[in-house]
Design a protein around this ligand. Sequence first.
Ligand SMILES: NC(=O)c1ccc[n+]([C@@H]2O[C@H](COP(=O)([O-])OP(=O)(O)OC[C@H]3O[C@@H](n4cnc5c(N)ncnc54)[C@H](O)[C@@H]3O)[C@@H](O)[C@H]2O)c1
Length: 391
Amino acid sequence: MRNGVNAFCRSGRVPFMYEYGFESFVIWYIHFSRNSRTVPEPDINPRGLLHPEAGSGLHILVTGGAGFIGSHAVMVLAGAGHAVTVLDNLSRGNAGALRALRDMIPARRFRFLRVDLGDRATLCSALATSSPPLDLVMHFAAVAYVGESMRDPLQYYKNVTVNTVNLLDCMAANGIKKLVYSSTCAVYGNPEKLPVTEQTPPVPINPYGQSKLMAEEPDFKAIILRYFNVYGSDPLGRLGEYPRPELRSQSRISGACMDAALGLVGHLTVKGTRHPTEDGTCVRDYIHVMDLISAHEVAMRHLANPPPLYNIGTGKGVSVKQFVEACRRVTQRDITVVYQEEARPGDYAAVWSDVSKINRELGWRANYTDIEEGLRHAWQWRVKHPHGYAQ
Ligand SMILES: NC(=O)c1ccc[n+]([C@@H]2O[C@H](COP(=O)([O-])OP(=O)(O)OC[C@H]3O[C@@H](n4cnc5c(N)ncnc54)[C@H](O)[C@@H]3O)[C@@H](O)[C@H]2O)c1
């Protein structure tokens, strides 16, 4: 056993249990065994013919539609009369989110295909056989954790950059030439000047940001949206954010805070207290997922070649400490917060957006600028789903 562990350590990969502790391992194991043994894959109309609303409806491919942001996009797009094909390999998303979507969307507007973007032949064939033909792609599928990208950069270059190239090739081969691309503020790295505009030179400091930047170059009508930190959930409580337990150690501050509030983990660790910011913790721009999706609805009407580029944020910086305090107030739970001096590798100190370009050119701005309101939406779903979507 010891030799096994040493071998893993030498290879730079430490088994989950050793890296994150026994408590996280038990949670992960329970989840894994439920998912792998008992949960059937959702069979949602895979060969079905879809019917967008006559006149204005499109047939939209949403990659990563089982994930946090993608699932919210599917709900909104289908609600607006579009037909949506979700393509996801379920490596990180939730089958339960797809079932929740199936229960709220008419069958003629929604179907799911389990496809890995790395499997180019299956991907191209899925695009070729979609009926009616696809009009547009929203490409959310990715791996998206800074810390993980520092430990396993190749996974990021493969799953973000190479797989985006696969998607673009299959789109071109099938005459689909409209794309909304999910990029990230991680492409800016540690900017010299704040707030960040679209003119700020992209100098990523982690493989996640680098892999996204390298994929920002489609050669047809597209739009590139650089999201800042996404949080919140459907205000009506139909969907939520539930990072899988095996990703808990990497997870974003909102999910981590709620895990602590629910007692699923003993405490919340804030990593990095000596950043050159007012209170020493990182500063981020938190954008509500519903605002982010409304930006997509506007953006899909403004595609061009070469693709325009927009920041999607609120224009306001909030420190991690302030975010945690807001989370405490919203959950009203006694959360133990451990402040760890050492920063997370690959983390930049402060980044927030200048959103005047999208406001001026497309007339979009965020509605939810009070983080407590967004956290209340996330919490109302999480309290009802402490262990994620019903299986
Ligand atoms: N959440 C944020 O704060 C944030 C910020 C900036 C940018 N983004 C970007 O937004 C997008 C969505 O992020 P999210 O937070 O919803 O992540 P998520 O992990 O919840 O969703 C990603 C989805 O993509 C799927 N996927 C991953 N690799 C795949 C592959 N090879 N083939 C098919 N499906 C695959 C996963 O199963 C998952 O359902 C990502 O591109 C991410 O980089 C997110």
